[in-house]
Design a protein around this ligand. Structure first.
Ligand SMILES: C[S@@+](CC[C@H](N)C(=O)[O-])C[C@H]1O[C@@H](n2cnc3c(N)ncnc32)[C@H](O)[C@@H]1O
Length: 219
């Protein structure tokens, strides 16, 4: 999607993707990654997700990237976190004790300008991109993630012809065809979630699955 699409959504607070609680799949599957609490976790396209608070509570240092400034301000305000602000190249760096967010375009973020991470968490980031931009995003993510980093990826799949994204449908076949050059891929779970998603039910989407993958950045 173009940047203007997301800025308009945040301006209008049309942020149906934002959850008022920590994502249950993160709570359930994060322990399976067996990460040290000291691992630094990258959260691409982070919005103002409370999942960053969960990750910080596990002891992790969290490093997010988010395009929209209001989203970042709301994250720190709504969680009562004091914040410092610095300009780093094309990004504004918002920071509190355990959560730093680089506000700006993920495509202009450089691995050598940010602290090295050893883990990552992608929820509603890969699936935020239409198919023609998805591969470029996946390549940029791979560039920002050092070898052997381990991450959790959460995707949705449904018949794309029945509903426009975002979120866009990302199939298991797409994941294996497009991510396997850069990542070892293990599917941890795949569930029918149609009944839990009234927007999809209302639009008569015939099926909807949510999948959780463990990804390991190849050397
Ligand atoms: C579907 S939302 C998901 C947010 C978050 N991961 C969550 O689970 O609530 C996608 C987010 O990506 C941000 N975004 C879109 N394009 C971006 C880009 N090029 N660089 C950084 N963030 C971007 C949007 O502003 C939006 O907040």
């Amino acid at each position: 999607m173009q940047a203007s699409f997301w800025h308009e959504k945040w301006d209008a607070q049309q942020i149906g993707f934002h959850l008022d609680a920590v994502n249950p799949l993160l709570v359930k599957y994060w322990p399976q990654l067996n990460l040290e609490p000291s691992s630094r976790v990258f959260v691409p396209l982070c919005g103002k997700t409370l999942d960053m608070c969960f990750l910080a509570e596990q002891g992790h240092e969290v490093l997010g990237c988010e395009l929209n400034e209001l989203a970042v301000q709301q994250f720190y305000q709504e969680n009562n976190l004091p914040v410092t602000l610095e300009t780093i190249g094309e990004h504004q760096r918002f920071a509190t004790e355990q959560v730093t967010i680089y506000q700006g375009d993920i495509f202009t973020l450089c691995a050598d300008k940010i602290p090295a991470v050893t883990a990552f968490y992608d929820r509603a980031a890969l699936i935020a991109w239409p198919e023609e931009m998805r591969q470029a995003y996946a390549k940029q993510l791979a560039k920002l993630i050092p070898a052997n980093s381990i991450g959790l990826l959460i995707t949705l799949d449904y018949p794309q012809a029945e509903l426009n994204g975002p979120p866009f449908a990302v199939s298991d076949d797409w994941i294996n065809a497009n991510l396997s050059d850069d990542f070892e891929i293990e599917c941890l779970a795949s569930e029918d979630v149609l009944a839990d998603n009234p927007r999809f039910v209302k639009k008569q989407v015939s099926w909807l699955t949510e999948s959780v993958y463990k990804l390991t950045r190849k050397a």
